[in-house]
Write a protein that binds this ligand. Sequence first.
Ligand SMILES: Cc1cc2nc3c(=O)[nH]c(=O)nc-3n(C[C@H](O)[C@H](O)[C@H](O)COP(=O)(O)O)c2cc1C
Ligand code: SF4
Ligand code: SF4
Length: 257
Amino acid sequence: MIFYFSGCGNSRHVAETLATGLGDNLIFIPEAARNHHYDYALAEGELLGFVFPVYSWAPPRLVLDFVKQLQLNVKPEYVYFACTCGDQCGQTEKIFRKILQEKGWELSACFSMKMPETYIGMAGFKLDKEEIVKKKIADTNATLERNTPRLLAKEQFSEMVVGGFAWLKSHLINSSFNKYATDDRKYRSTEKCIHCGKCVEVCPLKNISLEEGRPKWNGNCTMCMACYHHCPVNAIQYGKATEGKGQYYFRDGMIFV
Ligand SMILES: Cc1cc2nc3c(=O)[nH]c(=O)nc-3n(C[C@H](O)[C@H](O)[C@H](O)COP(=O)(O)O)c2cc1C
Ligand code: SF4
Ligand code: SF4
């Protein structure tokens, strides 16, 4: 059983590839949480996996909240996570391990994969160039091919890109990111909007409604940037930070840049 979250498709690609390789089923965390579905049954010996992007050097808050509430019929024998990041994960492993320990579960394996950058909501943050996008995806596919048999063999391993100043980033910066930088009031649609509703459709949290044909953000945002990246006419902006920065998402093995 694989629980996953993804905004722009990078982690969805990882989750779908693992599900195919492991013969496993996928559960989308935001949908399960919306339906208050926290009780699941694991078959004997079944792997328990989590796949998610790294947000501000930690697992996204909505993933941690879901894991805290998750209930299983048995103590899982083998738990792993696979995360995607643009660059570095900080103390993602430590934070996830601690959440599991509080439930009496242990983490058996974890690995990170560099995938194309999706966060451009602040000055100084930009998307990767197309050749880097292609290289990151090719490297991730190789990592998945290498690690799927290790998961099937229930090997214990940790392969994470941590980076420098990890505590500072994963705690101090992460808590102010969650407090201030997930504010969706800075989102706006420009005159280019063609009222197609794509932003409503792709928001994993169902945080957007259309009012008189234009998107309205309703205050429950995880800053995945899916609405921004999927708009077919690039009509969504986040303050001034996103202006002129381009778009990216990944779907069904295809990159859209
Ligand atoms: C809100 C937000 C915060 C991010 N923080 C980090 C980070 O701390 N470190 C990093 O390497 N990448 C960071 N990224 C980049 C994503 O982890 C990366 O692009 C990921 O593959 C996106 O996955 P998705 O397409 O499944 O949403 C961030 C992206 C977003 C949207
Ligand atoms: S996706 Fe873009 S064009 Fe479509 S409704 Fe949303 S803002 Fe308008
Ligand atoms: S409103 Fe946009 S950035 Fe916020 S959760 Fe929805 S899709 Fe992601």
